[in-house]
Write a protein that binds this ligand. Structure first.
Ligand code: GLN
Ligand code: ZN
Length: 776
């Protein structure tokens, strides 16, 4: 092997900008307020300041340590565009050479008036969403290397030798979906031999530019899929066998974040790849025998957690690194994943308690941790001072007030199996029917109503102190009054208060629970220009006072119809926060669940008869390896039941899930034992009711009939057709009528019209099922 792999590196770095500069530039460009040059200038500025910052933090600017991991929208889309893999409906976008310009790129990502964009889905077990390439048997491929080459040249001019990063061919095809209308036996991986020549041409072009190392991300290799194991092994052999063949290429570095490569390591190592990254945070630490397969290559140890925000235990990490030393296998240090999942810099969180801040490591701090550990590998002993300092901080953290609260510990230790079970469903159903007197096909919404500019501005003014607490409360009460009146006018059976007081369904609870804090600037990209600000769950969780009760009770005081209480479930609170790692996730989940259980009981005491506990993220944390899934589903379902099981039989518990592929989790949904479950279904034309029918799902269910992800207003007839389909698969007595998800991102105009149609359709179908002949 000619050029050694850098001693320290990261797999990727955030790209949205430390002050979300890219978000602002993208949105200005999309709205026509800024031109293309302004967007490209901002993007270049972000890339160059990233390179400068990484150098300052300890990466070598000349030895390929710095990844060129920028993206204007999404890294999977970028690779699709480099390969010219454009679905048929966008066939007019590429120019004669198959090249897509900037607007074409955004059209794939965002769609246009006549064409839906590429589908979006969660990236492994993270809250990042990628765009799903669509590949058919005839999808044309044509190399468009310009964006990659331009970044290399631009970096070189600025004095950096960077490492281009792309999605590797196997993962790219595993993540793609088959184009509609192709033979059902076709899988995108069938096209492997068609994409490999393009990757190979790209390698040649990069070698000509003086690029020494190229990174291929292959996280697809840490997940189980429907694909048979032999097929994956063969694909790895073919792909990296082929790419490594040519002499005129940079060295090949394959990164496998988010899990364990396991038995697939040997196959990958048997090809001519030059360096392999393993995720040692989520994945297993390799044994000596496993390391042995990398003889003559570099093992890149992903030891610094790229997916969470806590300061690394450098003593433990350096100990693990020591076990990886092997003859004839070079050892380098890296992050476990790209740092795109964490905010930029903990140092700027000046509003946080300095003690809590000292426990944090955001992207910039992680680069420094990688550098320290690399120095340990090179010269054991030289960084003992840093290792000891980190150990002191960790020890201080363990002993810090709030981290271990005896009363919280006692409460979870005293739990018994009966705390997790509600009474018999048949009895509950009868008690609820008597208490609620709802018609068949009752109508409701998922919780939030449109968040108007006035609400957001009132919240911002209250946060600044420009509104007093009383003024803010009065503004929210006005809003609740409006929302309740609107729902009564529209004829809804079960009302909501609208969630106007919530900025975010997790952060709102985090702000009201002990054990959490929130950041000011801790934004991470969710997709495109969208960012979220995950809360920090650092200590034992408990609830100092009721959280939602005043809002729900106020709404209930305005109407005779039942108002649903609205809570975010324990699993979703964990999934969308940065969670402590010093105890099992299941224990943390139970603490959150007990805090919610207190809230459920207070809501009941205040007269709330229906309580919804949202779990849109239940599926997101599902482990990537099948063998780990049952244990996860067991504790996550238990946490939900712990939050809800003390409700009286007459109290109706609802839950809401935000997706429609239930196959793998249907049994778990059943295990939640909610009286009513609302699901996403409008986009898939109610396919889920078929699964529910087959599974014999016995409780209430509300498959969404209005797709709130689009501004389109569904007609009465359209909704009616969906409901009629549902009624054929699921008994009408079990069905609820509701939108797909919360309405907070929608405008009032289309929302009102859609909801009016929804109630109209429910009434029509209700009349038909109640008619003596029923629905044919
Ligand atoms: N109750 C929440 C809302 O309506 C649920 C949102 C979600 O499922 N993501 O906004
Ligand atoms: Zn939802």
């Amino acid at each position: 092997m000619s050029i050694p792999f850098p001693h320290s590196t990261i797999i990727g770095y955030p790209r949205i900008g430390p002050r979300r500069e890219l978000k602002k530039a993208l949105e200005a460009y999309w709205s026509g307020q800024a031109d293309r040059a302004a967007l490209e200038d901002e993007a270049r500025r972000i890339r160059e300041s990233t390179y400068a910052r990484l150098t300052e933090l300890g990466l070598n600017p000349h030895d390929s340590s710095i990844p060129a991991s920028f993206s204007l929208y999404d890294q999977v889309l970028d690779t699709a565009v480099v390969l010219g893999a454009v679905p048929e409906r966008f066939a007019d976008l590429p120019d004669d050479d198959g090249v897509l310009d900037l607007d074409a790129y955004f059209t794939l990502a965002r769609g246009d008036a006549t064409r839906p964009p590429l589908e979006m889905t969660k990236w492994f077990d993270t809250n990042y969403h990628y765009l799903v390439p669509e590949i058919g048997a005839a999808t044309p491929f044509a190399l468009s290397p310009d964006s990659v080459l331009r970044e290399v040249d631009e970096a070189a001019e600025a004095g950096y030798r960077v490492r281009p990063t792309l999605i590797g061919p196997v993962t790219f095809l595993l993540l793609s979906k088959a184009d509609d209308g192709t033979d059902p036996a076709f899988v995108p991986l069938d096209r492997l031999h068609d994409v490999l020549p393009l990757y190979r041409d790209l390698l040649r072009l990069l070698a000509d530019r003086g690029v020494r190392w190229v990174q291929f991300d292959e996280p697809g290799l840490v997940a189980d899929t429907e694909m048979p194991e032999e097929r994956i092994e063969a694909a790895v052999r073919e792909a990296y066998g082929h790419l490594a063949e040519g002499a005129d290429r940079p060295a090949l570095f394959v990164a496998t974040p988010y899990g364990t490569l396991g038995t697939r390591l040997a196959g990958l190592a048997a090809t001519g790849v030059d360096a392999v990254h393993l995720d040692l945070v989520k994945g297993a630490v390799p044994t000596a025998a496993e390391i042995g397969v990398l003889r003559g290559k570099t093992l890149v140890a992903g030891i610094v957690d790229g997916h969470n925000v806590w300061k690394a235990d450098l003593a433990a990490a350096s100990g693990v690194l020591d076990t990886l030393r092997a003859d004839d296998v070079a050892l380098s240090v890296a992050t476990s994943t790209s740092l795109q999942h964490v905010p930029y810099d903990a140092g700027i969180e000046q509003a946080l308690d300095p003690l809590l801040r000292s426990w944090l490591s955001f992207a910039d701090q992680k680069v420094q941790e990688v550098a320290v550990l690399a120095r340990h590998v090179a010269h054991p002993g030289v960084v003992d001072g840093e290792i000891a300092a980190a150990a002191r901080i960790l020890a201080g953290r363990r002993a810090s007030p709030g981290v271990e609260v005896p009363a919280v510990r006692a409460r979870t230790a005293d739990l018994t199996p009966s705390d997790f079970v509600r009474g018999d469903y048949g009895e509950r159903r009868a008690a609820q029917q008597a208490a609620l007197e709802l018609p068949v096909l009752p109508t409701t919404t998922i919780g939030s109503f449109p968040q108007t500019a006035e609400i957001r501005s009132a919240r911002a003014r209250a946060a600044r102190g420009a509104l007093t607490a009383e003024q803010y409360e009065a503004a929210l009460q006005d809003e609740i009054r409006r929302v309740v009146r609107l729902q009564e006018d529209l004829g809804f059976d079960v009302l909501v208060h609208g969630e106007a007081e919530r900025n975010d369904m997790v952060q709102y609870f985090a702000e009201h629970l002990n054990g959490f804090d929130v950041t000011r600037h801790g934004w991470v990209q969710s997709y495109g220009s969208r960012c979220t600000r995950p809360s920090l769950l650092w200590g034992d969780v408990s609830r100092p006072a009721p959280i939602t009760v005043p809002w729900t009770s106020f709404a209930q005081s305005l109407t005779d119809r039942p108002v649903k209480g609205m809570l975010t479930g324990p699993v979703t609170i964990l999934a969308w926060s940065f969670v402590r790692t010093d105890q099992p996730l299941a224990d943390t989940a139970n603490q959150v669940a007990l805090a919610l259980r207190d809230e459920v009981e207070d809501l009941e005491r205040a007269g709330t008869r229906i309580i919804q506990v949202d779990e849109p993220a239940l599926r997101e944390l599902l482990p990537l390896r099948r063998a780990d899934q049952a244990a996860y589903l067991a504790w996550s379902v238990r946490a939900f039941t712990l939050a809800t099981a003390s409700a009286a039989p007459a109290t109706q518990i609802h839950t809401h899930l935000c997706y429609s592929e239930f196959g793998s989790v249907l049994a778990a949904i059943d295990g939640l034992d909610a009286d009513v479950t609302s699901l996403e279904a409008a986009r898939s034309r109610m396919e889920v009711v078929h699964d529910l029918g087959e599974h014999g799902f016995g409780r209430g269910v509300g498959p969404g009939v209005y797709d709130i992800h689009s501004p389109r207003v569904p007609s009465v007839e359209e909704i009616q057709a969906l409901l009629e389909r549902a009624v054929r698969h699921v008994p009408a007595e079990q069905l609820w009528v509701n939108p797909d998800c919360g309405l907070k991102t929608r405008g009032y105009r289309e929302t009102e019209e859609s909801l009016r149609n929804l109630v109209g359709a429910a009434r029509a179908v209700r009349a038909a099922v109640e008619a003596p002949a029923g629905l044919g």
